[in-house]
Design a protein around this ligand. Structure first.
Ligand code: GDP
Length: 366
């Protein structure tokens, strides 16, 4: 039934894909997120990067601006962006990812696996790969810190390919050497990789984009590759569906609102008064009504926590804070459902708890 619906969906309605950043500690995950967030922050009026609940929204205009230096491969058309934007989860790291318990699917449509070019594969790189493969989440490898190659000459305004050609011979040799050693180490983990510009079959190869989160080199190519992967390789996956798909990122106190949940609403819509059913930590599902939906007000100082816009309803894909009673035992990483009528509540209670149990078994296995 779900498959049929998928086929019926129109590819005209692509939603923003959800992107996570994973990798070993100190590889530059946080820096990479900062770089993505700051590149265009001055333009944060209409159309600019906006901070959402738990995520950063990079809208289409900013994506266009960021990727305009990317040169299409010889003989191919200039790169055209079809997605409305990217929703990048703010908290990097695989611990966070591990929490995602929703059955069968994962919150992230695509992950960026950050590897330090100077260190290659490290213990948490391996852990991250396993986690991603377990979840069936595709990923792109950002081979970060290229600015640390001996006498690397930076120019973030250049396409990576052109920039590499500009480097001195010994820098190119070092790059090739470190790239092949990272590829070899990744292949030892059962992962075949190719450089992003080869556009090899993504079922067989993971794509590598060299980057520097400090200088910004390669960032345009990384973003372009993330966009391309989503809209060309998995357009069905990122097509907006009315079927609700929402994941709890965090359960926390919000001044003036008590315990609230920060949620990524990927598909479907939510409105004030909706009855939501979500797993509770004591094995008892929570059934509660949405009292308010909170979004950060655009162009406001983010630290003023009480400044929220309160829309009556919202549509995926975006981050939202939900105010409701009885959320104390809600669980980060769980997904929830909306009961459209009284009869549905009992069914959904069973379903949500089943999901929770399944999540726990999966966690214990690791
Ligand atoms: P995380 O633990 O993966 O989030 O790593 P961070 O983003 O905190 O970065 C760890 C350290 O590496 C910090 O000192 C960063 O300034 C530095 N770093 C991150 N990215 C780069 C990069 O591309 N080039 C260089 N030279 N240093 C980087």
């Amino acid at each position: 039934k779900i498959k049929l619906r998928l086929e019926n969906r129109s590819l005209d309605h692509l939603r923003a894909p959800v992107i996570c950043v994973l990798g070993h500690v100190d590889t530059g995950k946080t820096k990479l997120l900062d770089k993505l967030r700051c590149t265009n922050v001055q333009k944060s009026e209409a159309g600019g990067i906006t901070q959402q609940i738990g995520a950063t929204n990079v809208p289409i205009d900013v994506l266009r601006e960021l990727t305009k230096i990317v040169r299409p491969p010889k003989g191919s058309q200039p790169f055209k962006i079809k997605i409305p934007g990217l929703l990048i989860i703010d908290t990097p790291g695989h611990e966070h990812f591990r929490l995602m318990r929703s059955r069968g699917s994962s919150l992230c449509d695509l992950a960026i696996l950050v590897v330090d070019i100077m260190h290659g594969v490290e213990p948490q790189t391996i852990e991250s790969i396993k986690l991603l493969q377990d979840r069936g989440t595709p990923f792109i490898v950002a081979l970060n810190k290229i600015d640390r190659l001996f006498e690397w000459q930076s120019n973030p305004k250049k396409d990576f390919w052109d920039l590499l050609k500009m480097q001195k011979d010994h820098t190119k040799v070092e790059f090739e050497h470190r790239l092949s050693s990272a590829k070899l180490q990744l292949s030892e983990q059962g992962l075949n990789t190719k450089m992003y510009y080869e556009y090899s079959d993504p079922k067989e190869y993971s794509w590598i984009v060299p980057t520097s989160a400090i200088t910004g080199d390669g960032i345009a190519n990384l973003i372009a590759t993330v966009v391309k992967y989503n809209q060309e390789i998995q357009p069905e996956k990122i097509t907006f569906s009315e079927e609700l798909e929402a994941t709890v990122l965090e359960v926390k106190q919000t001044i003036g609102h008590g315990i609230t949940i920060d949620v990524i609403l990927k598909n479907g819509s939510l409105k004030i008064g909706d009855t939501i059913v979500l797993p509770g930590s004591k094995g008892r599902p929570i059934v509660t009504q949405i009292r308010a939906l909170l979004l950060p007000k655009p162009n406001r100082e983010l630290r003023i926590k009480t400044e929220y816009a309160e829309p009556k309803n919202i549509k995926g894909c975006q981050g939202v804070k939900i105010v409701a009673k009885g959320l104390k035992s809600a669980i980060a990483g769980s997904s929830f459902l909306v009961a459209r009528c009284q009869n549905e509540i009992e069914i959904l209670k069973d379903l949500s708890q089943e999901k929770e149990i399944l999540g726990c078994i999966q966690c214990e296995k690791r």
